[in-house]
Design a protein around this ligand. Structure first.
Ligand code: GLV
Length: 327
């Protein structure tokens, strides 16, 4: 029987390619060319599987142009780059890479919150610029993490991991809002209290966004929501660009209607709203939430394992839609 053919849409660890080559013919992209939609469609001709990252969009147009495609394995927990209903309608399996990145991403969220509250980027730039010539009583005085109220919007696995860090490690009071409330047991484990979104916005000293992106969460934090926050509050977005209205956030930071923000994701990234580059009270990182070597290797391994399972007739590990192979 002919081996299935897989496209790697982006560059990845060479050992992952070698593993996939045990069952498939693999077209790698180790030059990490960013394919246009037309180029992706051209590359996908004759391919049954594709290994994607969050930057590769699989929509109805791509699916219609690639009738041989049967599985798309995303090396990301978020899958807003996939049109799941269109994939299901086309009988194409979608998988993502959850769990393996939860703790690493929670670490980054916490680091960003601390860097934001304690003004670490701003003060480092000051020092590097040679401006530090004396100590002064209020120099880069920020806000406390310990004992403060941590508000979490989106209480999935990563939100829960952040809640545990805050409550157990830093004695924070944790409040959260989510589409659905956690079980009593999970709330007790995370020491987190469910509140309305309005309460969350008004009460959080540090607001952390960890919800998935969808049409419903687009601009979940815009000018009106920013206006509900305390002037001393900080906002951290490790979820997805588009959940925050970045233009409105730049205005709030400039006018200091909130104290500061920490952002790992941006609307239209890798472009960054120019207003965010102009203000000092924001810590900016280039979408590195899951970026440790062991975690990135685990994410790539999980995406590859889904492809290996699919092409060897085994159940999928982390499916996002019904598997058309099962009756
Ligand atoms: C990263 O943003 C992911 O969704 O895994």
């Amino acid at each position: 029987m002919n081996k299935p053919r897989i496209l790697m849409a982006r560059a990845v660890f060479p050992e992952i390619i070698e593993r996939l080559q045990t069952v498939a013919e693999v077209e790698a992209n180790q030059e990490d060319v960013l394919f246009t939609k037309a180029e992706l469609v051209a590359k996908l001709q004759g391919k049954q599987g594709v290994f994607t990252t969050g930057t590769d969009r699989i929509d109805a147009e791509v699916l219609a142009a690639c009738p041989e495609l049967r599985i798309c394995a995303n090396m990301a927990v978020g899958y807003n780059n996939f049109d799941i209903p269109a994939m299901t309608a086309a009988g194409v399996v979608a998988t993502n890479a959850p769990d393996v990145l939860t703790e690493t991403t929670a670490d980054l969220g916490f680091a960003l919150m601390m860097a934001t509250a304690r003004r670490m980027a701003e003060s480092e730039h000051y020092l590097r610029a040679g401006l530090w010539n004396r100590w002064s009583y209020d120099m880069f005085a920020g806000s406390d993490i310990h004992g403060a109220t941590l508000g979490i919007l989106g209480m999935g696995r990563i939100g829960q991991a952040i809640a545990r860090r805050g409550a157990l490690g830093f004695g924070m009071k944790v409040i959260y809002h989510n589409r659905s409330r956690l079980s009593v047991e999970l709330e007790a484990e995370c020491k987190a209290r469910y509140v309305s979104k309005d309460h969350l916005l008004a009460q959080a000293d540090h607001l952390m966004l960890v919800l998935p992106y969808s049409a419903a969460s687009h601009h979940a934090i815009g000018a009106a929501e920013l206006a509900q926050m305390k002037p001393t509050a900080t906002l951290v977005n490790i979820a997805r660009g588009g959940i925050v209205d970045d233009a409105a956030l730049a205005v709030a930071l400039k006018n200091r209607t909130i104290a500061a923000a920490g952002l790992d994701v941006f609307e239209g990234e890798p472009m960054v709203h120019p207003g965010l580059l102009d203000v000092p009270n924001v810590v900016l990182t280039p979408h590195i939430g899951s970026a440790t070597m062991p975690t990135r290797l685990a994410m790539a391994g999980l995406a590859a394992d889904n492809l290996l399972a699919f092409f060897s007739g085994q159940p999928l590990l982390t499916p996002l839609n019904p598997d058309p192979r099962t009756p």
